[in-house]
Ligand binder design. Sequence first.
Ligand code: ADP
Length: 308
Amino acid sequence: MGFTNVHGVPGRVGNAARGALIDGRTAAQALRAETAELVAGMLAAGTRAPALATILVGEDPASSVYVSAKHRACEQVGIRSIDQRLGKDIEAQRLAQSIQALNDDETVDGILLQLPLPKGLDAATLVGLIDVRKDVDGLTTANTGLLWQQNPALAPCTPLGVIELLDRAGVELAGREAVVVGRSSLVGRPLAAMLLARDATVTVCHRHTRRLASVCRRADVLIVACGIPHLIGVDHVKPGAVVIDVGINRTERGILGDVDFDSVRPISAAITPVPGGVGPMTIACLLANTLRAAELRAPSGAAPTIVS
Ligand code: ADP
């Protein structure tokens, strides 16, 4: 499910597959539909809709587009959203007060501080003020620790989206070699924890890695999140590997991934396109995380249901 092979036939990634497309739009749509159904169930049971608050500081155009997309997505699945926009010159203390007010608001389940912040505001300190139970980006120190202890409360949305996509495409992880290119707090590091928790043998590469191509060629599952257009080419990929491209690079040639899709696709078992791969999964996982946060805070302490 979630992809079509070279002949356009839906299926799962098998040993004989070559160049199958892992379709993030279809997978994200399925996850969103599941979330919408669970939200509808909550409303039918007389519980209020989950609520997500976003805080956008300044007027960065890309961030503004992302935040608007998040609100539209919330609306589609029945999640209430609160859109706070603050001037770029806001003092850290005033921003801290806004976060605290949302922490104290019982009707808010998730809080997302859109990054990057304008210069002069320390993201780590401010993210650290978010109530751990409302940290739908999974970036607080407590949630990072819980993830590495295999007891995640709320985990970052992009790596969650990668794991969801692999699961929905039927890619086996246990016992297989997974190589992650990139070690950011947002993607590479949490992804390494998630892959370890799924019993993969994990290697993490970064800007100091020597012989990157030969390390990447170990991978049965290669996941790339380094922010360098087309860094990964045919020399980096073992024939038959599954390749997941997290990169979204705006270039003069349009939006490019970190993987040279056209040359890598024919030798891969399956690969994600950019756009239309991991990107749509990130927002779908934010919605799932908001629902999960609402469940975690529910008086009954209901067990989280969607994202494992
Ligand atoms: P993102 O938030 O999308 O993960 P970042 O810019 O925060 O992106 O992180 C980029 C990551 O890519 C860093 O961990 C860095 O070490 C890694 N990286 C950068 N250049 C290379 C390279 N030439 N080879 C391997 N990894 C690289």
